[in-house]
Ligand binder design. Structure first.
Ligand code: UTP
Length: 479
């Protein structure tokens, strides 16, 4: 597209303010700004604005939804018995062969937490205040020691936090990992649109406001960045996908890996973990079976899209019928990511979110610090890729063992609630190893505890450790 074409494309896309803004800039800045505008996809933007920004897409009716089947935590449950030992062995085998890599999506903006820096740099653990990235690094190191081989870790950042993330790792010597085993790559961004008008916002003079294109952007970014090629050259076949905000995630779970790879109803393309929802109103997506134009599929329905009547339905034993809450933990096969990216028809849908975005007035240049949502961000969600799998399995896990998200500055899903959950899990693991742990009347530990993944990846790993026989009330202990 030439500069003249751009001018008319902007005008017919309702974005003429960007051209006027370009003309108001001194010439070197103007050329750079015009260059950035030329990089935007002017074939797609008008349609995106019409579909998602100036009007909200209609909420899907989700007719014919059924709860998704899942493998229960208890392999002997009459609901669905399975040979856990066999699948655990299969997972161990894949790990020992170096076929599983860790993959964290860390490109989000973390606006709710309000921390000044990438969320993975946030001090998350209850005793030593380790950054979340270190907790994951220790899981990777522990897997390397256990399997006596390099285990790669892929970290997706966004242009908004890439440099800060990379320099954090450099400052901390990659937390003991070889830099060759830690590979960063960046996801794409989308322009941020003004709520109501659909005009693209400006972050500063000559700077388009952008937002990362969602964790679903990882599927393209894995390919475009060359990460998939790197995985193939290293013999990696499966990715353990997790989010940066959950310090309790179990990155290398042999049972989950084995089920994903070998369960008879798994296509070994994309698998997921779930926890039973705490109640009908809990704000997590729910795994369902849905009729789609590709046939019946396992999908995640966002909490806001699950009809309230369905969310409240119960089974005869009183449990929620649609209870399989997503904790955003998946396994993805490298072959699946490759197949998606080589399919010209592959595209995940966008989801719209109304947010407060500081920006400038394009005509006057004055700063705008909104107190109410003024913008629409468009993002892709990774779980929408489930629809592209022929079949996909879901494994139940225990919330208290694997889910302690840090999303908010205070209250539910905050650093404080996450630290309490981390300490409670450490207390349970120590108690199961015979340590006397003081408890409060409500059953929570009356002490603060932390177990490094290098010390134990599961309670059984504590067996060989030298442990105290008892812990004093009010003590803080990191193992
Ligand atoms: P969230 O949905 O919690 O979004 O991301 P967020 O941007 O981190 O936080 P808020 O909503 O602004 O408070 C869930 C996970 O997906 C990653 C995040 O880093 C986190 O691990 N993510 C999200 C990306 O990697 N890229 C994105 O574009 C969005």
């Amino acid at each position: 597209m030439t500069t003249n074409d751009l001018k008319s494309a902007l005008s017919s896309a309702g974005q003429a303010h960007l051209w006027r803004h370009a003309e108001s800039l001194p010439s070197p800045h103007r050329d750079a700004f015009v260059g950035r505008l030329l990089d935007l996809d002017w074939e797609a933007i008008p349609d995106l604005v019409a579909r998602y920004v100036t009007s909200a897409p209609p909420v899907a009716t989700h007719a014919g939804l059924q709860p998704a089947p899942y493998y229960p935590c208890d392999p002997e449950s009459p609901q669905r018995p399975y040979d856990a030992a066999r699948f655990r062995r299969a997972g161990e085998r894949l790990l020992a062969q170096g076929k599983v890599a860790a993959f964290v999506v860390a490109g989000g903006q973390g606006t709710r937490l309000g921390f000044d820096g990438p969320k993975g740099c946030f001090a998350a653990t209850p005793v030593t205040g380790k950054p979340i990235f270190q907790v994951f690094a220790e899981q990777v190191l522990a897997a390397q020691r256990r399997h006596q081989r390099a285990v790669p870790w892929y970290i997706m950042t966004s242009p908004l936090n890439h440099d800060a993330t990379v320099s954090f790792f450099r400052r901390h010597n990659s937390f003991g990992l070889s830099p060759a085993d830690v590979r960063f790559f960046q996801q794409g961004v989308m322009p941020t649109f003004e709520l109501g008008t659909g005009r693209i916002l400006l972050a500063a003079p000559g700077v388009v406001a952008t937002n990362p294109d969602g964790h679903g952007g990882s599927l393209r970014a894995l390919w475009d960045s060359g990460a998939v090629a790197c995985m193939k050259s290293r013999g990696v076949e499966h990715l353990s996908y997790f989010q940066v905000d959950n310090p309790l995630v179990n990155v290398f779970d042999p049972l989950f890996i084995g089920l994903h790879a070998e369960a008879p109803d798994s296509s070994a393309q994309m698998s997921s973990k779930m926890i039973p929802k705490a109640g009908p109103g809990e704000k997590v997506g729910v795994f369902c079976r849905a009729p789609t134009h590709r046939g019946p599929r396992t999908v995640v329905i966002e909490y806001s899209d699950l009809p309230a009547a369905l969310a409240r339905e119960t089974n005869p034993d009183g449990s929620l019928r649609f209870q399989a809450g997503s904790i955003a933990v998946h396994l993805l096969s490298v072959a699946f990511v490759e197949r998606l990216n080589t399919d010209p028809a592959f595209a995940l849908p966008y989801h719209r979110a109304e947010k407060k975005t500081p920006c400038i007035d394009p005509e006057t240049g004055s700063a705008i610090n909104p107190t109410a949502p003024n913008s629409v961000k468009l993002e892709r969600f990774v779980f929408d890729a489930l629809e592209f799998c022929g079949s996909s399995i879901v494994l139940e896990t225990r919330r208290e063992d694997e889910f302690a998200p840090i999303k908010n500055a205070a209250g539910v899903d905050s650093a404080e609630s996450s630290r309490a959950l981390q300490s409670a899990r450490a207390a349970r693991w120590l108690a199961s190893a015979g340590v006397e742990v003081p408890l409060k009347d409500d059953g929570t530990p009356d002490c603060t505890l932390e177990i490094s993944p290098l010390t134990a990846a599961s309670p059984t790993d504590l067996r060989g450790e030298r442990l105290p026989t008892r812990i004093e009330r009010g003590a803080s202990l990191a193992l």
